[in-house]
Design a protein around this ligand. Sequence first.
Ligand code: ATP
Length: 328
Amino acid sequence: MSKRIKKIGVLTSGGDSPGMNAAIRSVVRACAYYNVECVGIYRGYQGMIEGDFENMGPRSVNNIVNKGGTILKSARSKDFMTPEGRAKAHENLVEYGVNALVVIGGDGSFTGAEVFNKEYKFPVIGIPGTIDNDIFGTSHTLGFDTALNTVVEAIDKIRDTASSHNRLFLVEVMGRDAGHIALNAGIGAGAEEILIPEEDLGLERLLESLRKSKLSGKSSSIVVIAEGDKIGKNVFELKDYIEENQPEYDIRVSVLGHMQRGGSPSCFDRVLASRLGVKAVESILEGKSNYMVGMLNDKVCLTPLDQAIKGHSQIDQELLRVSDIMTT
Ligand code: ATP
């Protein structure tokens, strides 16, 4: 165990995701287990700049493993993008006796952690917390599994009403740059078509697919669309376009929005958070820095932060193929 590390700070940054609380709990309890002090930093990097710190012991994280959101609150901090902001943050950490940081967030938060590490040689370890699952070096980010379950449950309900009225539903899900939620939830919910940012399906193919689906006897359809799909039309423009070209369809739009970020984390996310939190603390105590802890082939592993940031997880071609076959 490294002698230097006496106090570890933990913060959540960027968009919140279900499982962040379970990760905070895991970091706090792992610190207690290894007799290291733990400090919760509120509102991400902004709280670091403002010195919004609180000592945390194992009992301060009771009853949060099942809670969505983050008890430490999250923020996007413009001040941390400036050298002056980071200098103030560093000053506060030194004053509070914090020797290392666990940052729970997405690639933006990891970029901030990396910059901070470079400037001050401050030990940092990242835990991937974002529902989009767009981070290289882990098969799952915290919150992705819960978000999928939320989306599938919502689409199941939409399907009930779609089939009662012979309607076509366009369901927009989160994923500006990554289609993992749309593709996985689309397959899970039995969508007729799935539009994602990584693949250019094309409007003609979509219309053709809807035509075929109608001819094959389907009376209602669900199309799942990621926010950032390649077709380049927003979901309402897409509705107008389909109505113009296939007036026989009675189309409704449902934008699932922020409900996808909320809710009690799934068991998968709670277990993942617990494993990653322990590994984050153990890695710091082994003297490691500038890594992200993740899960690959059900093994907890470390990926250099810069690779995690730049890499972006690729869309699974096998899933695309399965999705094509399922829409036959
Ligand atoms: P999500 O995936 O939900 O968007 P994220 O972690 O990618 O989460 P961002 O808003 O991109 O969210 O980043 C969170 C914070 O990280 C920013 O508000 C900023 O404080 C810090 N940050 C991001 N990029 C940098 C950078 N280049 N330098 C310093 N800090 C940064």
